[in-house]
Design a protein around this ligand. Structure first.
Ligand SMILES: [Ca+2]
Ligand SMILES: [Ca+2]
Length: 118
């Protein structure tokens, strides 16, 4: 019997070694209610949010309005995000997201996986 002794060499000094890549894990809104899990914005919710972000009511989203929207989503760099979103979703390059371009915007934002702060 020559079993090597399994010595516990676990490094318990550092607690911040969570380097796993679990960012892109799809996380549908489940109905499990353990405490208060972070709720990811669904496309429907994003659409509502963007629609209500039309501050001046002209039916389209300016970069300024987008910035506000991303800020309320909890983006760390809403201005930059608005710029990125425009370059992605503003198909006719007029600087605004109109109702036809809203779906592209929603898809773009949905990929960021914003969660609601409850
Ligand atoms: Ca507007
Ligand atoms: Ca446009």
């Amino acid at each position: 019997m020559d079993f090597p002794l399994v010595i516990n060499t676990k490094n318990t000094g550092c607690s911040v070694v969570n380097n796993e890549k679990k960012r892109s894990k799809p996380q549908p809104v489940e109905e499990t209610r353990k405490g208060v899990p972070p709720v990811t914005y669904t496309e429907a919710l994003l659409k509502d949010l963007f629609k209500s972000s039309d501050a001046n009511g002209d039916g389209r989203l300016s970069r300024k309005e987008l910035k506000k929207a991303f800020a309320s989503l909890g983006s760390f760099a809403p201005g930059w995000r608005a710029f990125r979103a425009l370059s992605r979703a503003d198909k006719n390059r007029d600087g605004y997201i109109d109702e036809h371009e809203l779906d592209y915007l929603v898809k773009y934002a949905a990929k960021r996986g914003y969660t609601m702060k409850l």
